[in-house]
Design a binder for this molecule. Structure first.
Ligand code: FMN
Length: 405
């Protein structure tokens, strides 16, 4: 056969190949960026997400700019938001082989309640800003996945409605009202609703500069008042958990708050009291001295101070400050099951996520939140198997190593 005939046959073969049917653009994918960026396909169904960050882009496309900006914002230059993520990259896992990992149990028990995994849903305010069903949609998801949910003081659905949707215990997060009588009113209501634990958030007492949010709000040409009253989620007076209070001159997170408030809280309720937003050994020690039942190491997802310090870096010193006497939980920058196992290895009893489930709630509602919980739990199980751990209790310091500097 002549060379020319061979060439023609080869060209005919190429033309019939399915590769030739692909649009030219498929071969022009950018060579830089993450795999999610290089092979970007808009998410049409929550089920199609590979990782929790797939929901970020979906939320960006779904939400008004001001609402998305509010969610993504840190403070000042958002350096602490980034630090929270970077902290996990400085820790390595130590894989173990030839251990029977056919059965892996991710269950944890916190204050007597057993949850399917140590991954919990952080309190975030005004979730109807992200999806019409707000906290109730999240509660349906946490019920389906037997997951701990902490409800924010500035929830857009009442604690009673959210408890009903969850059909099980949720914890409540408290922003301290300046007047003790107001605080007591909220605490009694939450206790009557059946919450077993209350987390007092203390990381906003000094004030904050949420500059990214302010920029996003200014760049959004719509008027907030077209949809709601003033700031995202409405004014404080409209908040469902403040119903029945005299809102004239009402203030929360006052700068004068001290440990006296914690002592009063301990006396006023039989709920377990946690403090959310501690980051140092000294404060952890004081928390134990004041009879606190647990600590959530948190910098509000980089939304309180611009310390530049990752919560995963603060975790060991906080645990040290408690001398192991009370459970310590952590949140901030958790995006993978590998992050969860690293935090557990450093001694956290549970590990919280904020923005990931908000992205999913914004774009797909309840099924999105369920998918986030599923993905993180599956990733955690996978990394447990890779490290030869079959239960959460087995995860200890030997599971990790610090990256050499
Ligand atoms: C939009 C948004 C609203 C939040 N609202 C609250 C809140 O009402 N109360 C609170 O204690 N923490 C609040 N947080 C902080 C979270 O509870 C949690 O500490 C943080 O989101 C964890 O970091 P991550 O978003 O990187 O996962 C909020 C966080 C975000 C992103």
């Amino acid at each position: 056969m002549s060379i020319e005939k061979d060439r023609r046959r080869f060209l005919k073969f190429l033309a019939a190949s399915p590769l030739a049917a692909l649009p030219a653009a498929a071969w022009q994918a950018p060579k830089t960026g993450s795999a999610a960026e290089r092979y970007f396909v808009p998410l049409k169904d929550a089920k199609d997400a590979f990782s929790v960050t797939d929901f970020e882009e979906a939320a960006r496309r779904t939400l008004p700019q001001a609402h998305f900006g509010y969610m993504e914002s840190g403070v000042d230059d958002d350096l602490t938001v980034k630090a929270n993520r970077d902290g996990y990259q400085r820790i390595e896992l130590r894989p173990r082989r030839l251990i029977d990992v056919s059965k892996v149990d991710t269950k944890v028990t916190l204050f007597g309640t057993t949850f399917d995994s140590p991954i919990f849903i952080c309190p975030t305010g005004a979730q109807r800003m992200f999806h019409a069903d707000g906290e109730v949609a999240v509660a349906r998801a946490t019920k389906a996945k037997n997951t701990l949910q902490i409800l924010s003081t500035v929830t857009s659905n009442s604690v009673e409605d959210v408890m009903k949707a969850r059909g099980g215990p949720i914890w409540f997060q408290l922003y301290a009202p300046a007047k003790w009588a107001d605080a007591e009113h909220v605490v009694k209501r939450v206790e009557a609703a059946g919450c077993p634990a209350l987390a007092l958030t203390v990381d906003l007492l000094a004030g904050r500069n949420t500059e990214t949010y302010l920029r996003a709000r200014r760049a959004d040409s719509r008027q907030c008042s077209e949809c709601h009253d003033g700031e995202p989620g409405g004014s404080l007076a409209g908040r469902v958990m403040f119903q029945g209070l005299d809102m004239k001159g009402f203030q929360m997170n006052p700068r004068f708050l001290t440990w006296d408030f914690v002592d009063k809280l301990k006396k006023a309720t039989s709920m377990k009291i946690l403090i959310k937003g501690l980051e140092t050994r000294e404060d952890a020690k004081l928390a134990v001295e004041h009879g606190v039942d647990g600590i959530i190491v948190s910098n509000h997802g980089g939304r309180s101070e611009e310390s530049g310090r990752a919560t995963i870096e603060s975790l060991p010193e906080v645990i040290d400050g408690t001398s192991g006497r009370i459970p310590v939980l952590v949140d901030g920058g958790v995006r993978r099951g590998t992050d969860v196992i690293k935090a557990l290895a450093l001694g956290a009893k549970a590990v919280g996520v904020g923005r990931p489930y908000l992205w999913a709630l914004s774009s797909f509602g309840q099924p999105g939140v369920e998918k986030v919980i599923d993905i993180l739990r599956a990733e955690l199980e996978l990394s447990m198997r890779q490290c030869g751990k079959t239960s959460i209790a087995q995860i200890d310091k030997s599971t990790i190593a610090m990256k050499p500097v």
